[in-house]
Design a protein around this ligand. Structure first.
Ligand SMILES: Nc1ncnc2c1ncn2[C@@H]1O[C@H](COP(=O)(O)O)[C@@H](OP(=O)(O)O)[C@H]1O
Ligand SMILES: [Mg+2]
Length: 304
């Protein structure tokens, strides 16, 4: 059984702060994922404080909502990433929305190979309505591929990280990092009785429903936010198709966890989902998260 990452690797002295190691050095990738997990956990603590205190809900120009918790969590994440990775650009949801509303570009016209994608509070609509499935998400991207990521669900104290390998833990925001009991996680082979399919609790669409009719689905579950990727990564479900709109920061961290756990996320042609599409304003096209690559191959044919 793979060993959990060494918590002592969580130090600015280890290779994970050096971008040139992210793609090539397995230990550096795991240490980076562990570090991103710590940042997510602390940001989750700020969200829980906002919940305890009470928070305001605001409306963006596009009609979607954000809250004081989104803003405070993102501010902390941006500061923390700048401290450790001063030269790595960050594309973050709330900053991007503010720039778009001001008529500014979301990020540089062309990104360097390595950058971060941040969603400080995924599932805001559910969160603002008292839901408990919201998550904090950070992903490191190299050459369009999510190489490490972390997803934290503060309300259930669940942290998922994925670098070279994937791990999950139950841990509160203020618990000491070196006491975390990591579980190694892995996707499952598709059960013979049929697939368990996941869908958004809030954002259903006809194309997604039509896609699911083409698969041997035995059970349907719905959930909010990037938790859906992590449920597949834990081997508790098999497929999560999403044909309605999402942004790259919604999916990148969950994608990193799922890949590290043995799964994959493709577009509707079977090609791996890519990140840093500046020309599309970071808007994802349709995607399907798969736990068992054999099911994906059966669906698209061996060419995909
Ligand atoms: N019309 C739209 N355009 C872009 N993204 C959308 C969208 N409708 C929903 N989403 C994305 O779907 C995410 C929620 O997913 P789910 O329904 O699975 O919980 C939202 O994340 P945020 O809550 O971070 O804004 C949002 O980014
Ligand atoms: Mg989101």
């Amino acid at each position: 059984m793979p060993q959990p990452p060494d918590p002592h690797a969580f130090s600015p002295d280890t290779a994970f702060t050096d971008v040139s190691h992210w793609h090539t050095d397995d230990a550096a990738r795991d240490a980076l994922a562990l570090h991103l997990g710590e940042v997510c956990r602390h940001a989750g603590g700020l969200i829980l404080q906002a919940v305890a205190r009470g928070f305001n809900v605001y409306r963006k120009q596009d009609g979607s909502s954000y809250t004081d918790a989104d803003v405070e969590a993102e501010r902390y994440i941006l500061q923390s990433l700048a401290d450790y990775f001063p030269d790595v650009p960050v594309i973050a949801e709330e900053q991007s929305a503010a720039r778009a509303e001001a008529g500014e570009a979301i990020g540089p016209a062309s990104l360097p190979g390595a950058f971060f994608l941040v969603d400080p509070l995924d599932g805001t609509r559910d969160f603002a309505n008292g839901g408990l499935e919201y998550t904090v998400n950070i992903a490191a991207i190299v050459d369009s591929v999510p190489v490490a990521g972390a997803v934290y669900a503060p309300a259930s104290s669940t942290l998922w990280i994925g670098g070279t390998r994937a791990f999950a833990a139950t841990t509160k925001p203020d618990a000491p990092a070196d006491g975390i009991e990591w579980r190694s996680i892995h996707t499952r082979l598709a059960p013979e009785k049929g697939l368990t399919a996941l869908a958004s609790r809030r954002h259903g669409d006809g194309l997604t429903a039509a896609f699911l009719k083409k698969l041997p689905v035995a059970e349907h579950l719905s959930a909010s936010s990037s938790v859906k990727f992590c449920v597949i990564a834990e081997g508790l479900a098999d497929v999560y198709p999403r044909f309605g709109p999402t942004m790259e920061w919604d999916t990148a961290a969950g994608d990193a966890v799922l890949r590290a756990a043995g799964g994959l996320v493709t577009d509707e042609t079977g090609a791996a989902l890519t990140y840093g599409r500046t020309q599309d304003g970071y808007l994802n096209g349709p995607f399907i998260a798969w736990g068992d690559s054999r099911v994906k191959r059966q669906f698209f044919g061996d060419a995909a």
